[in-house]
Design a protein around this ligand. Structure first.
Ligand code: FES
Length: 198
């Protein structure tokens, strides 16, 4: 008759053999080390995902049309006459001006310390209420502590023939031929050209 000490290991190995021979998949529970490894990996992946999403958001900010930082549709019928007072668009913080050289969209913030110069019709120029800087209709500096001309936004003018003209990178004007019909004007307040130093 077999004793408990002699039969027990044999019975256990038989049970283990039956278990391993049983059909189906057996999943081993992860060890503590594996578990911590998975948690660590998931945390790193989450962190990288959040950082990438934030980077993309800041690199490609989205503004609605008509919202400062985005593009404004400017009605061509609201274009001022050549040399006349500018048409101001407070929501976009810009003034559309027309001089003999053409159209500009001037950023309405003083290049000295950020006050808002006003158009003064009697003097035919922009005057800053804070420290007295003055600017021509073209945005060019006249006098005062402002170190440079007014900044500009990129404007895009589309004509009836389908061609488009854009504010040149040097901050010049878009020449307008009175014989060419304008179908649309877009002002991009997300694209600013820094005014030239004087
Ligand atoms: S902020 Fe305009 S002159 Fe100082």
């Amino acid at each position: 008759m077999a004793t408990a000490e002699s039969t027990s290991p044999r019975m256990m190995s038989a049970a283990a053999a039956r278990q391993s021979a049983a059909p189906g998949i057996q999943v081993a529970a992860p060890s503590r080390r594996e578990f911590l490894y998975y948690i660590w990996g998931a945390s790193i992946a989450l962190l990288l995902g959040e950082a990438s999403a934030g980077l993309i958001w800041f690199a490609f900010p989205r503004f609605k049309e008509g919202e400062f930082g985005g593009t404004f549709a400017f009605n061509p019928e609201e274009l001022p006459a050549v040399g006349a007072a500018p048409t101001s668009v407070p929501a976009g913080r810009f003034h559309v001006t027309l001089t003999p050289e053409g159209l500009r969209a001037l950023y309405g913030v003083c290049t000295h310390l950020g006050c808002l110069p006003k158009w003064v019709p009697t003097n035919n120029r922009f005057e800053c209420p804070c420290h007295g800087s003055k600017f021509h209709l073209s945005g060019n500096w006249i006098e005062g502590p402002a170190p440079r001309n007014l900044d500009l936004f990129i404007a895009r003018v589309t004509f009836a023939d389908g061609t488009t003209l854009e504010t040149p990178a040097d901050g010049g004007a878009i020449p307008l031929d009175p014989n060419r019909q304008i179908t649309s004007i877009q002002i991009d307040t997300g694209a600013r050209i820094i005014g030239a130093l004087h």
